[in-house]
Design a binder for this molecule. Structure first.
Ligand code: IMP
Ligand code: MG
Length: 388
């Protein structure tokens, strides 16, 4: 029975122990921020908010599910008049494409004329914060602030300030203290970071018909990678009308090229939403040296890098024959016209030549013979990847 002891010391802590590393589902996590540090950060946020709002009656809004522990500990440290409510958003974590935030539990009615302070467990790309701003627009709140326990400032990409935060952390995937990995780990008292010993990130080049899609599908399974086909990501975002999709569409409608920054933001979302994979295969991006540099600096910000760039080489005549054959079956008009096919090859040669030089300069460039039986080609690719 739960009889209170004279001194409810930390005896429980020592029994449960603070494990140095843990396993959740298929992943290993290492201790990163102990509970004592987390609680200091919560105290800091509570003090700062109290300094600004102690004479008002703010409405705190916790963002479910992740913020439940933060909200509880925060309120214990905020002993001034206030109200509490929750919202629930979902960003389709775990599916191939994201950037869409769905509202599962909406704002309370009584926010008009009130000081609203959002309590978020963690701010990453800022997509959720953006969505919260949209939800609050038109609700006539008196003012609106964001208080986040953890803040990944290096990759925060939003236009709004994070008004209060407990701890700034680098771009690591963390679990515990409310935060989950595929819904597990929320009950951990300390925060753990994902142990990623062997991340492999690849860029795949190849002319149309060279078999990039086919090979990517094999590599994906073999090395637990995620294949990011930039074309697919674009189409998904535009079709679903995400913020970035709409932005990209606005350039396309004007007949302009989509700026690299927009494309990078889409890729960033893809990467951010897939902490479970062991790496990524970038396909269709970069196409210019400027894009390659942008990709490098974005990856660096996430503590990642490109490990190898692989070009699937094939003789033009073989590819022309292959594409014409494919065109007959698929009906794709650009695969049925030899002149158009050769034009695409020329374009590829012109554009990728400087990129090959760029990656060659970094010692990362590999050519693979893309002619032969599919499993043989996979084996050639694997031989390179296994040395990384
Ligand atoms: P954002 O919309 O990209 O800023 O991400 C915010 C949401 O993504 C948070 O509310 C979390 O649910 C989730 N998230 C972001 N980073 C992490 C992490 O490192 N661990 C667990 N969940 C995270
Ligand atoms: Mg959350």
């Amino acid at each position: 029975m739960g009889r209170l002891k004279e001194k409810p010391k930390s005896y429980l802590r020592t029994t449960i122990g603070m494990k140095k590393s843990i396993t959740l589902l298929d992943k290993q996590f290492d201790l990163y921020i102990p509970e004592s540090e987390i609680l200091k950060a919560v105290q800091k946020v509570a003090d700062e908010v109290a300094r600004d709002y102690r004479d008002e009656v703010p409405v705190f809004i916790g963002v479910l599910n992740g913020a439940f522990m933060f909200v509880a500990d925060f309120l214990k440290r905020y002993q001034h008049p206030c109200e509490l409510s929750f919202v629930k958003l979902s960003s389709y974590r775990g599916l191939t494409s994201t950037g869409i935030v769905e509202t599962l539990l909406d704002l309370p009615e009584q926010v008009a004329g009130r000081h609203v302070i959002i309590l978020e467990d963690i701010v990453d790309t800022g997509r959720t914060v953006q969505e919260l701003y949209h939800m609050l627009a038109g609700r006539n709140v008196k003012d609106f602030k964001i208080a986040a326990l953890f803040y990944k400032s290096e990759i925060y990409n939003g236009e709004y300030p994070i008004d209060y935060f407990g701890l700034e952390i680098p771009n690591r995937f963390i679990v515990g203290y409310g935060l989950d990995y595929n819904e597990q780990g929320r009950n951990l008292r300390d925060v753990y970071q994902l142990n990623k010993p062997s991340m492999i990130n690849l860029v795949l080049f190849g002319k149309p018909g060279a078999g990039k899609g086919t090979q990517a599908a094999f590599l994906k399974d073999r090395y637990n990678l995620m294949h990011i086909s930039t074309g697919d990501v674009f189409r998904f975002n535009m079709k679903n009308g995400t913020e970035l999709g709409k932005l990209a569409q606005s350039y396309i409608d004007k007949g302009e090229l989509v700026p690299d920054a927009v494309t990078i933001n889409m890729l960033q979302d893809e990467v951010a939403k897939h902490p479970e994979v062991s790496g990524f295969i970038f396909d269709g991006f970069p196409r210019t040296t400027a894009q390659a540099e942008a990709l490098d600096s974005f990856l660096e910000g996430r503590d990642m890098k490109i490990d190898a760039t692989i070009a699937l080489d094939a003789d033009d005549e073989v590819l022309v024959a292959r594409l014409l054959e494919r065109g007959k079956i698929s009906g794709r008009s650009d695969d049925q016209d030899e002149a158009k096919i050769r034009y695409r090859f020329d374009e590829y040669n012109q554009k990728t030549a400087p990129l090959k030089a760029y990656y060659h300069g970094q010692g990362k460039f590999h050519n693979v013979n893309g002619i032969g039986e599919i499993p043989d080609i996979t084996a050639r690719l694997a031989a390179i990847i296994d040395t990384l």
